[in-house]
Design a protein around this ligand. Structure first.
Ligand SMILES: *[C@@H]1O[C@H](CO)[C@@H](O)[C@H](O)[C@H]1NC(C)=O
Length: 213
């Protein structure tokens, strides 16, 4: 239950009350659209005519053949179950459904990445070619890898990079070495009495490894 709430906070964000208007004339075919979702950012490629191709975790195509239901906007439940079971699809939604009430940034990554973008039509063609089910990995294949491949020809993710750098910093810091040692001693001392805690730890570690793979 706790994990579920944690994932909700990380991925879903809260829907804003008043709907912002999306000025479709601002977007060109092949533009990279970006919407902030609490901790993570969601990315898509504009195809033209109010259509955005984006990679989003979604359990439904894996468990149902109901095309009508699948075509409807991905609900939070579908998304989180998709994250946990690592199934996602590249699908097309309207700008409003894609942005989920947030403001949209356009081509923002052009300033960050050192490569020039591919031609807009080529970007959109790549995006369309990948429509359908994919295996999702929080770290190794997410919505950012997809749009980066389409727009710049390289499947990279800054979020993964930053996340890994942060983890490395924490893992190799002196404090964490000290805490680990302390935890080890504590675990030895309490080995007899802390079985439910140990079980919870094991479960948490297993879950983390599953999500990171
Ligand atoms: C996005 O980038 C493309 C170049 O790939 C450019 O033609 C287009 O005008 C940009 N869109 C916006 C809204 O800046």
């Amino acid at each position: 239950m706790f994990l579920w709430q944690l994932l909700s906070v990380l991925f879903v964000g809260s829907k804003k009350q008043q709907k912002p208007k999306y000025e479709l004339s601002r977007y060109k075919r092949g533009d990279l659209l970006e919407v902030p979702r609490t901790l993570f950012t969601h990315f898509g490629i504009y195809l033209g005519d109010d259509r955005v191709a984006h990679l989003i975790p979604d359990i439904l195509p894996a468990v149902s053949r109901n095309k009508g239901a699948i075509a409807k906007m991905v609900t939070n439940q579908r998304l989180l179950l998709g994250v946990i079971s690592k199934v996602a699809s590249v699908r097309v939604d309207s700008v409003a459904d894609f942005a989920y009430g947030s403001d949209v940034l356009v081509n923002h990554t052009d300033k960050v990445i050192k490569r020039p973008p591919l031609d807009g039509d080529e970007v959109a063609r790549r995006a369309e070619k990948l429509l359908g089910s994919v295996t999702y990995s929080l770290l190794w294949y997410n919505c950012e890898h997809y749009v980066m491949y389409c727009r710049y020809g390289v499947a990279i993710s800054y979020q993964t990079y930053q996340f890994c750098t942060a983890v490395r910093r924490v893992v190799f810091s002196r404090t964490s070495a000290f805490l680990t040692a302390l935890g080890g001693v504590g675990a030895l001392l309490c080995a007899g009495c802390a079985t439910p805690l140990a079980l919870a730890c094991t479960l948490l570690v297993s879950f983390t490894v599953w999500m990171a793979a």
